[in-house]
Design a protein around this ligand. Structure first.
Ligand code: CA
Length: 309
């Protein structure tokens, strides 16, 4: 039976590839896509998600969620993904209609309808999930797995020296999630930087698979520049897709630890840091499976298979 999945996303260029992976995989039944403000403003993320679904021939409902972090001002990532979040390659990213119902309500309803069955995958700031937990605390125990592109297992950030973007945008929401009791799995940006890099040669192979491959690579145009200038990666890395890959097939994650993880919400230098207790010095019980490495070759194979249809 296909794995039921909800994907919460701040849809920009790597989220789009992650959606392609999930929507083209017969092992997955995506029940809903919920959108949150993050890389791009909410409405832009919704349009980007709907356009991506169209490329996949999918009619999965897309729901609007939170349009800002719980407490703090928006931080966007147009410098990483382009003004439209999709590499500014001229895609027609307007005019599509999302489904009725707020993302937070759909997350709660679906969790209660399918207790113990749904894998919740989060690819953006955790605002929607924190709001759902506040509105319906019972849902913490209703998910099969919660697999998050969030934080960094090795404490190396991409916004500040210690903070990863999704956590940095809404650290207050993130800490609510980490202390919720949900069955959390964290695929940090370190996994992406080390093991989910797409070299120019990989990118050419992907593009050659057909229209979906062309879509998935061409929308990374702005990301390639960011990787060259800021994160010093040859080609680009795909944090959200490797997270979906781990959600679909946990063996894509090749090394992990169970650890106690909290989020820094007041630091002067370390706001938004995922503080991973690698050595157990807090003596707190583990609340998260922290994935620390992934199988790059099998990940790239998954992408090629997905794009080839
Ligand atoms: Ca994302």
């Amino acid at each position: 039976m296909a794995q039921k999945m909800i994907i919460d996303t701040d849809t920009a260029s790597d989220d789009a590839v992650a959606l392609v992976l999930a929507l083209t995989d017969a092992r997955v039944d995506v029940l809903a896509i919920t959108v949150v403000s993050g890389n791009v403003p909410l409405d832009m993320g919704v349009q980007n998600a709907l356009y991506t679904l169209e490329q996949c021939g999918s009619s999965v409902p897309v729901h609007l969620g939170a349009d800002r972090p719980l407490i703090r001002e928006h931080v966007f990532a147009h410098n990483v993904h382009g003004a439209d979040g999709m590499g500014d390659i001229g895609l027609p990213l307007t005019g599509r209609t999302p489904a009725d119902g707020h993302a937070v309500d759909r997350i709660i309803e679906l969790a209660r309808q399918h207790p113990g069955e749904i894998t919740l995958v989060t690819l953006g700031p955790l605002t929607n999930i924190a709001l759902a937990l506040r509105k319906a605390p019972d849902i913490a125990g209703l998910f099969h797995r919660v697999v998050m592109m969030a934080g960094t297992g090795d404490h190396t950030g991409n916004v500040t020296p210690t903070a990863e973007f999704n956590i940095y945008v809404d650290p207050d929401a993130a800490d609510i999630v980490f202390t919720s009791g949900m069955p959390l799995e964290m695929v940090g940006w370190d996994v992406s930087r080390n093991d989910a890099t797409i070299t120019p040669a990989d990118s050419a192979r992907l593009a050659a698979t057909g229209p979906l491959g062309e879509f998935c690579t061409s929308i990374q145009r702005q990301l390639v520049e960011f990787c060259r200038d800021v994160t010093h990666i040859d080609g680009f890395d795909l944090p959200d897709p490797v997270t979906v890959a781990v959600a679909i097939d946990p063996t894509i994650g090749t090394r992990s630890i169970d650890a106690y993880v909290r989020v820094e919400t007041t630091g002067t230098q370390t706001l938004g840091m995922t503080v991973v207790d690698h050595l157990g010095v807090t003596r707190q019980p583990a609340n998260t499976k922290v994935v620390l490495a992934a199988d790059r070759e099998r990940f790239v194979e998954m992408l090629l298979t997905a794009c080839a249809g």
